[in-house]
Design a protein around this ligand. Sequence first.
Ligand SMILES: Cc1cc2nc3c(=O)[nH]c(=O)nc-3n(C[C@H](O)[C@H](O)[C@H](O)COP(=O)(O)O)c2cc1C
Length: 367
Amino acid sequence: MNNLSTGLTFKRGLQLKNRLVVAPMTTKMSFFDGVITNDEIDYYALRTGEVGAFITAAANVHEEGKGWDGELGVYDDRFIPGLSKLAAAIKKNHTKAILQIFHAGRMTDSKVLHGLQPVAPSAVAAERPDAQIPRELTEEEIWGILESFKKATERAIKAGFDGVEIHGANTYLIQQFFSPHSNRRTDDWGGSLEKRVRFINELVDGVTEVVDQSGVKDFVVGYRFSPEEYEEPGIRLSDTLFLVDLLSKKPLDYLHLSVNNYRNHSVSDGFKEKPIIEYIKETIKDRLPLIGVGDVRNGVDAKEILATADLVAVGRAMLIDPHWAQKVLDGQDHLIRTELSHYDQEDLRISNGVWGFLEGMMPERLK
Ligand SMILES: Cc1cc2nc3c(=O)[nH]c(=O)nc-3n(C[C@H](O)[C@H](O)[C@H](O)COP(=O)(O)O)c2cc1C
């Protein structure tokens, strides 16, 4: 079993002081144009220093990839000064700073995009209320987006981050290329499983090449994915295991499973014997470290997840208690804060957007 306080060294040399990671969480605190605010810096500073690594909120690599207001931007060099402040704020007491990079694809709307129609692999709307029909990307635009992920990686290096995490999860553009629901293309970017994985292949190769050719030391590249979709057609766990095997052969530093609860079982027949995370770990076969996540509330949960995964990411519990990590490392689970009142919002530096979302997502006992 991986002990919580044991360090970990990634392939590219970066060392983590322990196995705890802050999960990427949108803050909805950036300025309207994607520049980081001082309040947002305070939000990160409050929660850093105890964990091994801190993965930032998703930052959009392309202007047309903005998913919501208050989102962090990394699509232009003008973001580098603010991102440098963010990296410096996170890198306290040897905590490593990882920038999550993404493009929302069809999971946005023309209001957020100031009149522009969202773009996606195909002109198919997401199955959610009021979803807009996106515009199908041209081949040239696809190459342009791949390029923007590379540029974002260069900016992360310049800003002093310790790594980037490619956000291939949670139904955004990268996942949209892999999904048979959102990708109905009949060219080389869609159709068979092998063609639907092409975007991810090009993307991972492009980003890892940028890092390896830049000469930067100890800078990691991770990849986050969601295991399955409920839509018909949609990504099934067997598709994801194919993807995980492919990614395990790439020069990546880690894989990061995105699920709401680490105990989740698959909805696919044939994969119901054990939690999804165990199928993922078996497929990776120790080629890369795996980050597990989902409803980790205390040290007992963290240790349980580490029986399978190599690292544990914690989201909501770190919003409620910024010193969750130290309490868990010290074996002081009973001191973890589990309740919120409306008076806490300012002290915890949580924006209105996330506060409402958090209340909606919280188990009854935490409300
Ligand atoms: C407020 C909030 C914002 C989130 N934003 C992101 C995000 O930007 N990128 C991402 O990959 N996941 C995001 N997530 C998902 C978390 O990374 C995590 O997978 C999920 O919350 C489950 O972990 P938890 O139970 O420890 O919170 C977000 C979750 C929350 C609660």
